[in-house]
Design a protein. Structure first.
Length: 640
């Protein structure tokens, strides 16, 4: 999960009120669900020890987490929030330190994920130390004040998404791990997946994650109310600890600080590298993130590789057996479930959501339906639809259907008209001309808006805005349309995307892009090959045509050397001794190279310093790096 996001420039962020159509849509949802069911609220509040107050600040004094920002989430659902999502937001707003069962505690609301503390014989076993160093340090300090100042005796990373390992350095240092021989447990393939996800397409994913998580939305009934998995993300300093013991077997037993664990590998579903575990002596089962109190994503709206729904359902079938003796389930998001019957029901419903989505999508694929047609046709059976723990607060059935389609057939729907479509701006101009100009298109869109037909309104206005991004009337009406779609959305990811789009239509794209400086600790653990692959993907092909530069890269601290060369406008690399015919040889340490790649130290700023050495042509070296595009990560999404 990429979590480093862009920062919105200040401007007019005022949102409108809900229309009569939206009010009715939300009222209909309220009537269709048992929103007064208290079981989840009892579970979400159970075991509370203490609630935090105040704020968690970042390295520059910026607010990462404001515990008081969610106090508005109480009472009946306002007209600007889907009442089902409002209920879920109230449940996730149960923030604090909780006792799950004897010897197991959770810190919830300090970040988007939960930090779990398991008592060992001599100290604490920490499971998933949150996203950021700052939030993790705040969480463990809060726990120590209530539970005692115990040392960390083991770390467990359940999977390779940053919100579950990024705060590790706020809990313990690499030096402590090494000197005290502290076990750091992770699933097989963890480091490769943890350090690679954000490199190649990290800039685009970061830009889009701002939409998914509503980073720059105000915390209010007209803005961010939840993320589905938790209240908000701590956009702070991200690092990682390299595991010193991997779970490589399908099922593997291990004793950590006197506590017996049974680990289960579950790769290739929710995350490429993931594990769940049982603690038999405590009758507890931890579902990592293949289980959550929501339908999950098969394809996040921020972008990722499509996930295997069939495999996911299979893991949950196994989880029923693995948790058969458990009296409590706890996950790395949301709240626990107590009691064998309720645990079994929870896992069964989750299993069948993914299995039903997979099987029915495949059935309709084979009947010749396209992704958007299938998304409009599929509806969950009442037994699943009425179960709150399987509703789409983070994932969404309509989006997940398209992910299943993409997983098997790709994005192309088989219609040759879509093999070579015009770019959006070009087709938009032609559609607007066909409609008789922008004014007539906006008038038609206004009529559609007044009828409450927001999907069609958005489609019409999207053409007008893409044809002319300076058309203020079209942008404002489209922003109002997105507001209504957001107010009615049950999925927090959809709501956040719609409302962020509305803000961007009014204020423009973000002023600042990805802040790689916050990720230096994690990037330092990334193999050099990942950066070289990213450099190749950043080569400006047209500008590189006819160029034949060759560069030696020598890392003095890791004793590695690489040869990079451009051939046929493609950047290649190989691990090899320095080439004699290279245009230049760049000799430096890995930390300096990482800072250059992260953009915290530019090539021109360092070429003439004592921090690195250049043999050969410095001019050619500058020209070589000049062919590598540095994406700002501020590209437009809802305008062009």
């Amino acid at each position: 999960m990429l979590l480093t996001a862009c920062s919105q420039k200040p401007g007019n962020t005022a949102m409108g009120d809900a229309t009569a159509t939206t009010v009715k849509a939300n009222a209909d949802i309220a009537q269709s669900l048992a929103l007064d069911d208290q079981q989840d609220f009892e579970n979400a509040k159970r075991g509370l020890i203490a609630k935090p107050e105040g704020k968690i600040l970042g390295p520059a004094g910026e607010v990462l987490i404001d515990f008081d920002a969610w106090k508005f989430i109480e009472g009946a659902a306002p007209s600007t929030v889907n009442p089902s999502l409002w209920r879920h937001a109230k449940l996730n707003a149960q923030i604090g330190l909780f006792k799950v069962t004897d010897g197991i505690y959770q810190l919830r609301g300090f970040d988007i994920a939960n930090m779990t503390i398991i008592e060992g014989k001599t100290g604490w076993i920490i499971v998933d130390p949150l996203t950021a160093k700052e939030s993790a340090a705040s969480a463990i300090a809060f726990a120590r004040k209530r539970l005692g100042d115990k040392p960390v005796t083991a770390i467990i990373f359940t999977h390779s998404h940053a919100d579950h390992f990024g705060g590790a350095l706020g809990v313990i240092t690499p030096e402590e791990v090494a000197s005290k021989k502290i076990p750091v447990i992770a699933p097989d393939g963890f480091m490769e997946e943890a350090t690679s996800e954000n490199i190649l397409v990290g800039t685009a994913m970061a830009r889009r994650s701002g939409y998914q998580f509503g980073k720059d939305l105000e915390r209010s009934a007209k803005g961010l109310v939840d993320t589905g998995l938790g209240k908000g993300v701590a956009y702070g300093s991200i690092g990682v600890l390299e595991p010193n013991q991997l779970i490589t077997q399908k099922t593997q037993e291990l004793t950590l600080d006197g506590v017996n664990f049974v680990f289960h590998n579950v790769p290739g579903a929710e995350a490429p590298s993931e594990l769940t575990f049982s603690i038999p002596d405590k009758k507890a089962y931890a579902g990592a993130e293949i289980l959550a109190q929501t339908m999950h994503n098969l394809l996040p709206v921020r972008g990722a590789k499509a996930r295997d729904a069939q495999r996911w359902g299979g893991y949950l079938e196994q989880a029923l057996a693995q948790s058969a003796d458990a009296e409590v389930y706890f996950g790395q998001h949301n709240w626990p479930v107590w009691g064998k019957p309720r645990i079994a029901e929870f896992i069964t419903k989750q299993r069948d959501v993914y299995k039903y989505t997979h099987d029915q999508t495949v059935r309709l694929i084979n009947a010749g339906y396209t992704p958007y047609e299938i998304a409009d046709k599929i509806k969950l059976p009442k037994s699943l639809e009425s179960y709150f723990g399987a509703r789409g607060y983070y994932g969404d059935l309509r989006h997940n259907v398209k992910a299943v389609y993409q997983f098997y057939l790709g994005a192309y729907d088989g219609n040759p008209a879509n093999l070579n479509r015009l770019p959006p701006q070009e087709s938009a101009k032609r559609y607007v001309d066909l409609l008789g100009g922008a004014d007539k298109a906006i008038a038609a869109a206004q009529a559609s808006f007044d009828k409450g037909d927001y999907r069609w309104t958005a489609e019409l206005l999207n053409h007008v805005v893409f044809a002319d991004s300076k058309n203020k009337n079209a942008k404002e009406l489209l922003a109002r349309t997105y507001e209504q779609m957001g107010y009615a959305a049950e999925a927090s990811t959809w709501r956040n995307s719609y409302l962020t789009a509305a803000t961007e239509l009014r204020n423009g794209p973000p002023a600042k892009g990805v802040n790689r400086a916050t990720m230096i600790d994690m990037l330092s653990q990334t193999p050099i090959e990942r950066f070289l692959e990213a450099m190749a993907a950043g080569l400006n092909g047209p500008d590189a045509e006819g160029k034949d530069y060759k560069l030696n890269l020598v890392l003095t601290d890791t004793k590695e050397s690489y040869v990079l060369w451009i051939e046929n406008a493609v950047l290649h690399h190989k691990k090899a001794e320095p080439a004699k015919n290279a245009n230049a040889t760049l000799t430096l340490t890995k930390p300096i190279f990482i800072k250059m790649m992260a953009g915290t130290a530019g090539v021109k700023d360092t070429l003439f310093s004592d921090d690195l050495k250049v043999d050969g042509s410095k001019i050619d070296l500058v020209r070589f790096f000049g062919l590598i595009d540095k994406a700002a990560g501020t590209f437009a999404i809802v305008t062009k």
